[in-house]
Design a protein around this ligand. Structure first.
Ligand SMILES: Nc1ncnc2c1ncn2[C@@H]1O[C@H](COP(=O)(O)OP(=O)(O)OP(=O)(O)O)[C@@H](O)[C@H]1O
Ligand SMILES: [Mg+2]
Length: 326
């Protein structure tokens, strides 16, 4: 069995807002093993980006706080280590491709300087020439033409797609142990998307990199991931091996998500099944299952108490108390 590189354990994250404190993550737990890809999926606002920002310790300050749980990198809780130690890990051992590229790029500096600085910080032993060559090679490998020219440009001179790929190059530069990719290719056209996913897969095969892949696209999950974590309203509702979850979903929400995937064989005029209703507000989460108000199977017990994640198969966990009928 391969080594667990990252374990998120009962993670709780809150935001202080004008309307009071909102608990956005509620006991989020999952593990990522070396050389594997774990997909995180769930509707907008369920906490996917907040989970990744919590792992990176990059929550917006002063509003965001981790208020409970642990994030274990190779067994060590990185939520408690000094900021200085975290800076050695971030961008080097654990790197992230952000949903919004300008979060990672500084508008005031040329692309080459920004990439070079990442290498300089984590590999001071390298010469300037060595660093330059690694940066150019990496820019080329994410499919950007004329890499030398891009090195002297500023982020605002780049198109959205190129900017996104520069950020991907920056994340891969130090060959991280863990890559967190938050909707990394959504803005890119399909050919480039396929090229980037292939690059990430190749790096994974070469280096045993673990990938946490956040996406709305269940098709990408099916193709790319070994395991999947399904989140709903700040909680993990189901997790397990991808094949198992696609074949045999045990949470009513996962079942709903899977039936909303467009299938080739579906006639174009057939209405796709979508999950009706709204996700509850972060200020007004119900005590019981947070999906109960939209769930066709819900009964009184679902609304009355917090459902715990229970094992329903080999490495397969679900928090739906109706799992036996699904
Ligand atoms: N800075 C913030 N202050 C207050 N609440 C926030 C802040 N950032 C995020 N949230 C809230 O945290 C919850 C989770 O947000 P998050 O961005 O993690 O969702 P997501 O799953 O990444 O969604 P998407 O698929 O749209 O990217 C949302 O309810 C959001 O409103
Ligand atoms: Mg997000």
């Amino acid at each position: 069995m391969s080594e667990v590189l990252l374990e998120v354990k009962n993670l709780e994250t809150c935001f202080d807002t004008d309307a009071g404190r909102a608990q956005v993550l509620d006991k989020v737990s999952f593990k990522i093993k070396k050389g594997t890809t774990v997909g995180i999926v769930g509707e907008s606002g369920c906490g996917k980006s907040v989970t990744s920002l919590s792992v990176m310790r990059l929550l917006p300050k002063p509003a965001g706080h981790i208020t409970g749980g642990e994030v274990l990198y190779k067994g060590k809780d990185i939520t408690k280590i000094p900021a200085k130690e975290m800076r050695k890990i971030r961008g080097n051992k654990i790197a992230m491709i952000f949903q919004e590229p300008m979060t990672a790029l500084n508008p005031l500096h040329r692309v080459g300087k920004q990439l070079g600085e990442v290498l300089e910080l984590h590999h001071p032993e390298m010469s300037v020439n060595e660093r330059f060559k690694i940066c150019v090679d990496m820019i080329r490998s994410v499919g950007i033409p004329e890499p030398e020219r891009r090195m002297v440009e500023f982020p605002h001179q780049l198109s959205g797609g190129i900017r996104q790929r520069v950020m991907i190059a920056m994340a891969l530069l130090c060959k991280p142990d863990i890559l967190i990719a938050d909707e990394p290719t959504t803005a890119l056209d399909v050919t480039i998307q396929a090229q980037i996913l292939k690059l990430m897969k190749n790096m994974q095969l070469d280096l045993g990199m673990a990938i946490m892949f956040i996406t709305h696209d269940l098709g990408v999950i099916a193709e790319l991931c070994d395991e999947v974590v399904v989140m709903y309203a700040g909680r993990v509702v189901e997790r397990g091996p991808v094949r198992e979850i696609f074949k045999n979903p045990k949470h009513a929400y996962t079942k709903g998500l899977l039936s909303s995937i467009p299938r080739l064989e579906t006639e174009s005029k057939t209405k796709l099944e979508i999950i009706e209703g709204m996700v509850p507000s972060i200020f007004d989460f119900p005590v019981g299952c947070r999906f109960a108000n939209r769930c066709p199977y819900a009964e009184d017990k679902c609304r009355a108490e917090r459902p715990e994640l229970v094992q329903v198969g080999s490495e397969h966990f679900s928090s739906c108390i109706k799992h036996s009928i699904l």
